[in-house]
Design a protein around this ligand. Structure first.
Ligand code: ADP
Ligand code: ZN
Length: 292
């Protein structure tokens, strides 16, 4: 089966051709500019490739209500030109094939549960900790949408006592996860690139505290069978043991699961698909669109 995948990001649009098993055969990347400039690149890439369906994992917020005439539109983004842009419709009209769409993190969650770290499970939460923070969830075998879609990156945090910037940097909320713990927040707090902070710097204890609070909140609300942490910041692999330990401390043995009490190393994990999760997730969304 020949399927198209689009990872729509704020800085680049990654287009790929692949199959229903998540194998990628061809890939191209275009910088994200105004829609009038960017969309022709995407359409030209897919036009003559003979795809049966297209799946999009996109930055948001998105309208994901399948009953809405605006299903698949980008909604309130500050990104110039893209607010209220009908991303799904524009590509469905231009390509004439079924087009599925979901958030970038839901796409990655789908890829990890079907093909990666959560294979065989029926629930999983995927977080990206990068330029932003976002979470996607599979619950009882289905991607979670709800009223709009989850915005887990904006959950509220209890500031670390040694955090010199305890309100963080989200323009909307004091002390929210993204404003406390995304890559740019680390850099604003310490005035250096996150890549250059040595592993023993207190910055990483503070970062691990927030990511552990995130895991605790996730566990008590959704009770997922696996939590996958990806994104640029998680390239700092020394964060994983810190986050696992602090998650156990904060839960204080309250959640009576051996998975958390004894096997947390296999519970809070890096993505198994690495940088391929986005493309694989989009291919699975294409397959889904074809089957509905
Ligand atoms: P995006 O979120 O834009 O899709 P990434 O997930 O790569 O892309 O996130 C980029 C952010 O991650 C940057 O803000 C940077 O601060 C941070 N980052 C990237 N690589 C590293 C690293 N090796 N160590 C720490 N932080 C990193
Ligand atoms: Zn916020």
């Amino acid at each position: 089966m020949r399927l198209g995948a689009l990872e729509a990001g704020g800085t680049k649009m990654v287009c790929a051709i692949g199959d229903e098993l998540g194998n990628v055969q061809d890939r191209a990347s275009f910088p994200t500019r105004m829609p009038e400039e960017t969309m022709p690149d995407i359409i030209n890439y897919f036009k003559d490739k003979g795809i049966e369906a297209l799946g999009i994992s996109s930055f948001g917020p998105l309208n994901l209500d399948p009953q809405s005439p605006h299903f698949g539109d980008i909604t309130t983004t500050p990104k110039p030109g893209w607010a209220n842009y009908p991303l799904r419709k524009a590509l469905a009209d231009a390509l004439g094939v079924p087009v599925g769409i979901d958030t970038d993190v839901n796409g990655a969650a789908l890829a990890e549960i079907k093909l990666g770290a959560g294979k065989g499970l029926d629930s999983l939460v995927y977080y990206t900790i990068g330029t932003g923070i976002g979470g996607g969830a599979v619950v009882e075998g289905k991607l979670l949408h709800g009223l709009v879609h989850p915005e887990m990156g904006h959950m509220l945090m209890r500031p670390h006592p040694d955090d010199p910037t305890p309100k963080g940097f989200c323009p909307y909320h004091d002390a929210c996860l993204e404003g406390m713990a995304n890559g740019p927040a680390i850099e604003k707090r310490w005035g250096v690139s996150a890549r250059e902070l040595p592993p023993e710097h207190i910055a990483w204890d503070i970062e691990a505290e927030y990511l552990a609070q995130m895991c605790v909140n996730t566990i008590v609300i959704l009770s997922p069978k696996k939590i996958v942490l990806g994104g640029g910041v998680m390239h700092q692999l020394h964060l994983f043991p810190k986050i696992r330990k602090r998650t156990q401390e904060l839960l204080n043995s309250y959640v009576a699961s051996d998975t958390i009490l004894k096997d947390i190393d296999n519970y809070i994990v890096p993505p198994a698909l690495g940088d391929n999760a986005g493309a694989a997730g989009s291919l699975l969304l294409a397959l889904d669109a074809l089957n509905h």
